[in-house]
Every structure is written in C-alpha cells, then in structure tokens.
Design a protein around this ligand. Structure first.
Ligand SMILES: C[S@@+](CC[C@H](N)C(=O)[O-])C[C@H]1O[C@@H](n2cnc3c(N)ncnc32)[C@H](O)[C@@H]1O
Length: 366
C-alpha cells in the first residue's frame, strides 16, 4: 500500500507575497512528491517526528566582502535557523540530518570563511543536534580553484572536498555500515590470500588474526570519492529537449544514495528541503523509500520531471569490479626527495607574480 507523505495540514495554492505559491505539487509518483515551495513554509505542515532522513545540499554560503575583508557567515547561520528549527521538529528520534555544504573563500584574500563550521556548532549547541560523524566528499574532477591562489600565485592547494555533516536528533540514529560496504583494496586482498602475522601496531593497536577474516567487503572510510561529471543522463537529455536550464549545482546520485542506504529502511521517508533537480527523490524512488522534495525555483522542478518519466531502474548490483571503480591518489612525499625547494614568498604571496616567456617570474603588488 502506498502511504502519502506525512502532511498533516492542507496547503493551498494561494501565492505567497513573493516567490512560489505556498506549495504546489509539481511531481507526484507512487513513492513521493516534489513541491514548488519555500521549504521553511512547507515544513510547517509536516507532522512532528515524521521524517526518517533529511539529506540535502543547501545553497552554499553567501560570502561578501565587508570593510575589513571578513566574511558575513553570521547571516548564513541566521538564515538557516528557521530551517533548523523545523528539521528538529519533523525528524524522528532515530532520524538523521545530512548536510552537504561546500566551503567559501573570502573575496579578495586567500583565506576561507568559517560559515559551515559555525553552522555546525549552532546546530549542535543551539538546536541540540548531535554530530554523528563528519564526512568529506572528494571530487577528483574538481578544477584547481580558486585559480588566483592555486594556479597563479601558487600559495594554496586545489580545494577538492566538501564537508558533509551527519547529524542526529539523539546519539543513537539508526544506521548500519553493512549497507555501504566497499570492495577490498588490492593490498587487503593480497593480505587475505597470504595471511597476516598478528602483532601490535606502533599506535598500540593489537591487530589480531581477527583482521584476517574475509568478510567479502570493506567498511568504507568517511571519505566519499566521487566525481561530479554527469554528462549523459536522461535528466540532462530531458532538460535539453525541453529547453530547460539544468541545475548548475547538482550533487552526484552516489551522495544521497550512500546516506539513504546507510540510514534508512525501505518505505522510510526521505526529505530534501533544497531539492534542486530532485536527485534525492529519484534515488529514493529507486531504493523503495518514500520521499518529499521542496524547491523554490520552478524551472528546476520542470527539469526534474525528466527524472521520473521511466520506471525507476532496478536495483542492479554490479558484479564485475574494474580499475575504473577506483580513484588513485598519490601519498605525499613521492616527489620530495632531492628536489630543490623554491624560496617561499616572504610576503605570503601578496605580490602577484608576472610571467614573461623566457624570463624568470617578477612580482607586482596588488
Ligand atoms: C545546492 S542546490 C541543490 C541541488 C540538488 N542537491 C541537486 O543535486 O540538484 C540548492 C537549492 O536550494 C533551493 N532553495 C533555496 N532556498 C530554498 C527554500 N527556502 N526552499 C526550497 N528551496 C530552496 C535553490 O533554489 C537551489 O536549487
């Protein structure tokens, strides 16, 4: 039997003073609904303790330059508070709140805003959430940005991870890492074949023969490696055919899928309050979870319709694992031996280097 999502009060279609109508159902399937709505308003109609998982990627921090160059992270946290209030009310005690949030650079200077950490601290200290674990999403296809600090002045490294905060209402959200196992690395497979000599590690950990047991798969770390390179999906084709803008800040399906599998059971209810192209809804549908999406811009929801035209692809399990399924990252130090170290810029890179072909770099003050 299909149960409707847990809206306790009816929501009319009367337009609010600005933005979308209070709520309009834009997409409806057997498992869920996507609303054109301001999610802060929509959530007021949800029953208390009715949602099992909120998984979302909110708009990232709006960092503006103030007189002294400091970021106004405070505004972001203030903006977020009404959402946080509702998240706390609508989550079940066993439920989780997963927030994918990218960092932000302070305009004009090579330092970063603290806004996502301030948000995390506010969610825990003021709203009583628990930090179940922090994750890092490494996007191996991320371009080397910010170019000014990374490519030109060479004073920062490529910014390639997003923080993903896994929060919960209680210290005991339901979860099982057995749902998100990964293949053993090559070295672990060799170890399982050749055997392991039980001994104490330098850290003091006693690595007993229990670590020699082949459990079929490995427990993943809190680093999620996935490139954001979708280019040929039915969603993108639908947007193109209908002259609709593809959402410019989508996360890959593996991000919501990891947490939906890890933290919910079939038929549980998943909510994405900043749904964009409704990828969370699409994944939830495929995994037999009920879902609700809310998005404030209707053009993104129009494109999202393309995700729900065909029957959800079956939960196909891939049996052949190839090298393409792994990303390799070099350990630090491989190029360190014997390489001359160029002098560090004593001004911290404040002067921008000028490159003239055939000449050594000169510097110009900004
Ligand atoms: C980073 S995007 C989410 C992208 C999405 N994860 C995807 O993969 O398509 C954030 C979205 O939140 C929407 N948004 C901002 N404020 C909102 C609000 N109050 N209610 C609903 N959606 C909102 C924005 O329009 C934007 O599409």
């Amino acid at each position: 039997m299909t149960r409707k999502p847990p809206l306790s009060r009816g929501l009319g279609d009367a337009p609010s003073r600005e933005g979308p109508p209070i709520s309009t159902v834009w997409i409806e399937t057997s498992h869920g609904r996507a609303f054109w709505a301001d999610s802060a308003i929509l959530m007021a109609a949800f029953e208390r303790a009715s949602i099992d998982l909120i998984v979302t990627s909110p708009p990232f921090g709006l960092v503006r330059k103030k007189e002294y160059g400091n970021a106004d992270a405070d505004q972001y946290v203030e903006w977020f508070k009404p959402f946080a209030n509702e998240f706390r009310r609508i989550l079940r005690p066993t439920g989780s709140l997963v927030i994918d949030i990218g960092g932000a650079w302070i305009p004009g200077q090579p330092t970063k805003s603290l806004y996502q950490y301030e948000l995390l601290i506010t969610l825990c200290k003021e709203f009583g959430f628990h930090l179940a674990q922090e994750f890092f999403w490494w996007n191996p296809s991320r371009l080397p940005t910010p170019a000014e600090w990374v490519n030109i002045r060479r004073i920062r490294v490529k910014d390639a991870v997003n923080t993903i905060f896994w929060l919960s209402r209680t210290p005991w959200p339901k979860a099982s890492n057995r749902r998100v196992l990964t293949p053993y690395s090559e070295s672990m497979r060799t170890l399982l074949v050749n055997g392991y000599r039980a001994k104490k590690r330098p850290s003091g950990h006693d690595i007993s023969t229990k670590f020699n047991v082949d459990n079929g798969a490995a427990i993943p770390p809190n680093l999620i490696a996935v490139a954001n390179t979708e280019s040929n999906s039915r969603y993108l084709k639908y947007c193109e055919e209908h002259n609709l803008p593809p959402h410019p800040a989508r996360f890959p399906a593996s991000i919501p899928e990891f947490f939906i599998r890890f933290l919910t059971d079939p038929r549980d209810i998943v909510f994405d309050p900043f749904a964009g192209s409704c990828i969370t809804g699409e994944v939830a549908e495929r995994l037999d979870r009920r879902w609700i999406c809310a998005e404030i811009r209707d053009e993104y929801l129009s494109g999202a319709r393309g995700r729900f035209l065909d029957a959800p692809t079956a939960n196909v399990r891939k049996t052949q694992i190839s090298d393409d399924d792994f990303y390799k990252i070099a350990r630090p130090g491989i190029l360190w031996n014997g390489v001359l170290e160029p002098a560090l810029p004593s001004d911290g890179g404040r002067a921008r280097p000028l490159f003239t072909p055939g000449r050594s770099p000169k510097s110009k003050l900004v």
